[in-house]
Write a protein that binds this ligand. Structure first.
Ligand SMILES: [Zn+2]
Ligand SMILES: [Zn+2]
Length: 357
């Protein structure tokens, strides 16, 4: 089968590998969509802290179940499904407390082990979720949106609160949409005017601020009777921005760091104490976060596929990856579509019915 391998930072190749076999507690998923995530882009760029190479990327996965192991329900064959890519151990303290998203021995498909940039992937049955209603594009974006749902869950954001989202990438856009669903007043901050216009026009997030054009402190005070944000979410992936975010949180506020950087973050302790801030990390997502996203998608309130700006076929990923890593190309979310050989008669020898018998 075709497999796209990130051999080392900055270098991807298309290879042929053996198709996986199906374990008793697994199913084989014929991959049909792969969302390209900031994690993939950082892995390709060599600045993702949890990576080793070579690695097959791809964890935002949707497809069709083509085989079910002996422990599974054979009726699942032919169903559309998405993948919960977080393989947790189920035994460590985090898992025992239901915090499976930050398992001590976490193995994320496409991060710590080979992922879905290939034709067929073996996935543990309990990490596949079938859907009869949602389209493949939507299913491939559930994981990305679940990251946002988890961050909002961590913040305990309440109706009417002022939520500031720093960073208008797909994760920030997800956080902003879920925060709006919670009934918060949402402000998105980014230095990229196109990304801010995208939030306003495609996602209906009307309050946007650009630090290069707006006085952020004055604007946020104007929206909050001088009290600043109840909750700030960082989704910038930028250490300087993460540090600056502390100043946007008001007294008794919460600061949620969603993006991960390879750096130390420092802050003013007198300010931190004076405001008695709550600082939270948000990593991955739990099953409840995935379920919430599915519910919002099914009700039509979360249009994740509005974020898709670029598309390519699996074999063309090595060629497109550099552009997908360049915000100037206008990329928000790239989606890999698989012309699976099994669907495409031009790539598979056709067995025409015999006319002369
Ligand atoms: Zn992702
Ligand atoms: Zn664990």
């Amino acid at each position: 089968m075709r497999t796209v391998v990130c051999a080392e930072p900055g270098h991807m190749t298309l290879e042929q590998r053996d198709s996986p076999s199906c374990g008793a507690e697994e199913a084989l998923l014929r991959i049909r969509r792969i969302g390209v995530c900031g994690t993939d882009i950082h892995a390709y760029g060599g600045n993702q802290p949890y990576f080793s190479y070579p690695r097959v990327l791809g964890h935002e996965l949707a497809g069709e179940i083509v085989e079910v192991g002996s422990e599974g329900d054979p009726d699942l064959v032919g169903k559309r499904a998405y993948v919960i890519p977080y393989l947790h151990c189920g035994e460590c303290r985090a898992c025992r407390h239901g915090r499976t998203n930050c398992c001590q021995r976490m193995q994320v498909i496409g991060v710590h082990r080979d992922g879905g940039m290939c034709d067929t992937l073996a996935v543990p049955l309990d990490h596949l979720v079938v859907s009869d209603t949602l389209a493949l594009d939507q299913l491939a974006l559930v994981e990305c949106m679940a990251i946002g749902a988890h961050a909002v869950h961590r913040s305990e954001l309440a109706t009417g609160e002022l939520a500031v989202v720093c960073g208008a990438g797909p994760i920030g856009m997800g956080v902003a949409q879920i925060a709006r669903e919670r009934g918060a007043q949402v402000v998105v901050i980014d230095t990229n005017p196109e990304r801010l216009a995208f939030c306003r026009e495609k996602l209906g997030i009307t309050l946007t601020l650009n630090p290069n054009e707006d006085d952020i402190d004055t604007a946020l005070k104007g929206l909050s009777d001088g009290e600043l944000a109840d909750v700030v979410f960082d989704a910038t992936g930028n250490p300087a921005a993460m540090q600056a975010g502390f100043d946007l949180v008001g007294h008794a506020g919460r600061y949620v760091l969603v993006s991960i950087v390879k750096a130390d973050i420092s802050f003013s302790d007198p300010d931190f104490h004076r405001k008695e801030l709550t600082l939270l990390a948000s990593r991955n997502a739990t099953r409840a976060d995935f379920d919430q996203v599915i519910q919002l998608m099914e009700s039509g309130r979360l249009k994740a596929d509005a974020m898709i700006t670029h598309r390519a076929e699996l074999a063309d990923v090595p060629e497109h990856m550099p552009a997908w890593c360049t915000p100037a190309t206008g990329v928000v979310k790239a989606m890999i579509e698989l012309d699976n050989p099994l669907d495409n008669p031009h790539q598979e020898p056709r067995h025409e019915p015999d006319h002369c018998q």
